[in-house]
Design a protein around this ligand. Sequence first.
Ligand SMILES: Nc1ncnc2c1ncn2[C@@H]1O[C@H](COP(=O)(O)OP(=O)(O)OP(=O)(O)O)[C@@H](O)[C@H]1O
Ligand SMILES: Nc1nc2c(ncn2[C@@H]2O[C@H](COP(=O)(O)O)[C@@H](O)[C@H]2O)c(=O)[nH]1
Length: 400
Amino acid sequence: MGEAPAFLVDDLQNEPLNGFELKNGTCKTTTTVGDKTYVIDGADDGTLSIEVQIFDRSHGKWVHPTVHGVKPLSCKGHSAVLLKDRILILKKGSKPDDQIWFLEFDTQYVRQLQNNLGTEVVVWSKGVTGNAEKPIVISGPSGVGKGTLISMLMKEFPSMFGFSVSHTTRAPRNMEKDGVHYHFTEKSLMEKEIKDGKFLEFASVHGNLYGTSVEAVEVVADAGKRCILDIDVQGARSVRASSLEAIFIFICPPSMEDLEKRLRGRGTETEEQVLKRLRNAEAEIEQGKSSKIFDFILYNDNLEECYEKLKKLLGLDDFVTASPKSAPREIILPMNHSLSKIDDKIIINCMSSELEKESKNLIMLDVSSLKGGAPGRTRGLDFQAVSSFSDGLTGMDQFS
Ligand SMILES: Nc1ncnc2c1ncn2[C@@H]1O[C@H](COP(=O)(O)OP(=O)(O)OP(=O)(O)O)[C@@H](O)[C@H]1O
Ligand SMILES: Nc1nc2c(ncn2[C@@H]2O[C@H](COP(=O)(O)O)[C@@H](O)[C@H]2O)c(=O)[nH]1
């Protein structure tokens, strides 16, 4: 997005109305919060994604924010509504799973990034209807059996869980496949991608770089599955500090001797690596047990018993069949709509066509139960449709 033209700056100095598409055919909306006006440019003019600039009205200056999260693709137009700490973007003429986005500018996650980076930060997240189950973060020392437990879970409930495929700079083991067990990558490339904001978390573990990309979590959510992350304690701490709401489980070995036996028994590490992993394990176990990161600690002594406990805490112990949940009904927002906001309800006034202005449909978007999901997802949207406004309010349809 290039520098904005002078007429736009004049408009912005005069405190533009929130959420309105500017009348110069540029697909830009402006949303003002205090001294800052967020100019969101969705133009479908060759730029691939919706871009953001901030106009600082107190200094009369443009600010180019650091943008995290996957950006929404550009579209034929959009509407913007200011919520407390984020801007709701409704893309016009987009597919149902691509029409609701949030630009976070003052969430806890954004403030944390701003502190770390010392720059203005905004974060994109995609709006998801309903209350999808929280992702599961599983941590524990190397060799404790995290991967074994996760494999058991995914084998028994294939349609329910999806694995977050991490990036790593370590070399693949014999049976490991790129893109399945890990995305094997190079240090310089991964460092660049971390700088570009592609990672939800990353850490140096046992001498190599590991990280969870935003995309790795999104792919699982897009498939309608509950995401499982197998990450070390540092990674779990970063995810805990982000606004991705997850369940955190720490897997503990019965003893250091058992851990050593398992690690050696697996036969995948050199002697030097085994010793390094065992040294690191002591600190990890101490942190896992004492820190406030984890919601549950499970001892993996007998594998079957530990697996049953894991299923129990995930509410799967008396699960008969892993039937997929019914998918939310889809709503397509028409190109031609107007918006109003009453408390936590966004009223989308849809006009089916220019000729049928009188037969309006109302869609109500309830944002009262938005849950953290950044970067990547903001869950908890709830749609209600009123089928025919012209006929009076004829009953509500739930769409979440
Ligand atoms: N309860 C158990 N009792 C005995 N052996 C076990 C138990 N759980 C797992 N194992 C074995 O321990 C070895 C290590 O398990 P696994 O690879 O799942 O560990 P991990 O925690 O995923 O390790 P890493 O963090 O290095 O990926 C495997 O050979 C596995 O079969
Ligand atoms: N912080 C992160 N830690 C990760 C990630 N993926 C894996 N891991 C952890 O690394 C160690 C070693 O794994 P290994 O496959 O080399 O044995 C283990 O504790 C994993 O949990 C990640 O994306 N981020």
